[in-house]
Design a binder for this molecule. Structure first.
Ligand code: GLY
Length: 356
């Protein structure tokens, strides 16, 4: 068993369900994965001793399980456009209007933008109320809902305002995935594909539940080792330096997982160009991304100078010298953060990327 986490059959009557423990001392919590695990909500709420709940949902009311205590349902909408401080303010006002206290609980039900925004509102309201996430997109189930990162966007950039606020439980109900449009389902595979290169192993050929479980297990290990993103947690950003730039450059025309897929292929090519990995491993990046049916070419209109300018703003690049950029790159001892990548090498590699 790897340090920091446990994974097991759920043991709660959901026989095919899986459970991954995120070990963070007294703030440890379980992530349940499988069909029907949303029905565990009332049990987790009861365990917290909450006497009321606010459920913020971007999904139809019929998909939200009963928290088992009196609750107010607040409708939300997924999407980067709603991931703002104004939304957080509006949520906190509705928490106050519902009479929510520090001993109560907030429940989020939606995609990653919803779990991020509701998580931040829960972290700020009364200086922190417990939150339980019910991620409904594959992307949110494999990544966003676990690990406690909460954030909203500013006009100046994505995820610029946020904090760490660990949930009390995460219920990844795979029934929700059946409701996803095909493009949104595929989007989640961007984060699963990048797991291949950060120590989760080859997840191709596994069932969806096992793919989610393996991705969450790897994330839980990393978060247990580095909750505040000062070291190994950077690994989770494999493929993300270019991905974030592409999302901004395309005005979010490219979805996060799609952008991570292109960024993963690019990270492989860049690691190859820098002599860190051989041809076969570079090609493996493309093979994995294509296996999941994800995009792998740069969008036709993407401007190399604009992308480099955006990548200079990446939080990981803050310790880099002028003319150098930071990427998480594969290498002889696995993936690691490399802070001194020459801008010229990045420019050349971008120029050589296939285009749509
Ligand atoms: N999504 C990357 C992280 O949680 O650190």
């Amino acid at each position: 068993m790897n340090r920091g986490t446990r994974s097991a059959a759920d043991g709660t009557g959901h026989e095919s369900a899986r459970r991954v423990r995120v070990e963070l001392g007294e703030r440890s919590y379980d992530v349940h994965i499988g069909s029907g695990v949303r029905e565990l909500l009332a049990e987790h709420v009861a365990r917290l001793g909450a006497s009321r709940a606010v459920v913020v949902s971007a999904r139809p009311a019929g998909l939200v399980p009963d928290p088992g205590v009196p609750y107010r349902l607040i409708e939300a909408a997924d999407g980067e456009a709603h991931k703002t401080l104004a939304t957080v303010g509006a949520l906190c006002r509705q928490f106050a209007d519902a009479g929510l206290g520090r001993e109560d609980v907030v429940v989020s039900c939606g995609g990653g933008t919803t779990t991020d925004t509701v998580g931040l509102a829960a972290a700020l309201y009364h200086r922190g109320v417990p939150v339980i996430h019910l991620p409904t997109s594959l992307l949110a189930q494999v990544d966003a809902s676990t690990g406690g990162k909460t954030a909203v966007n500013l006009p100046e950039g994505k995820n610029l305002v946020g904090t760490y606020w660990q949930p009390k439980a995460v219920l990844c109900d795979t029934d929700y995935l059946r409701t996803l449009p095909e493009r949104e389902r595929l989007n989640g595979y961007g984060e699963i594909a990048r797991c291949h290169f950060i120590g989760a192993g080859d997840l191709r050929g596994l069932s969806t539940v096992e793919q989610i479980t393996a991705s969450v297990r790897r994330k839980a290990q990393i978060v247990s080792a580095d909750e505040r993103d000062t070291g190994p947690r950077h690994l989770l950003n494999y493929g993300h330096t270019l991905a974030h730039a592409l999302e901004t450059e395309t005005g979010f025309g490219l979805r996060h997982g799609e952008a991570v897929a292109v960024g993963t292929v690019f990270a492989g090519r860049l690691a190859g160009a820098l002599g860190r990995i051989g041809r076969a491993r570079v090609d493996e990046h493309l093979d994995v991304v294509r296996h999941y049916g994800l995009p792998w070419r740069l969008p036709r209109g993407a401007d190399v100078d604009a992308l480099i300018g955006l990548m200079r703003l990446d939080k990981k690049a803050s310790g880099s010298a002028p003319g150098r950029l930071a990427f998480v790159l594969d290498g002889p001892s696995g993936a690691e953060l490399v802070r001194d990548v020459p801008e010229e090498a990045v420019r050349d590699c971008l120029a050589e990327m296939p285009r749509d």
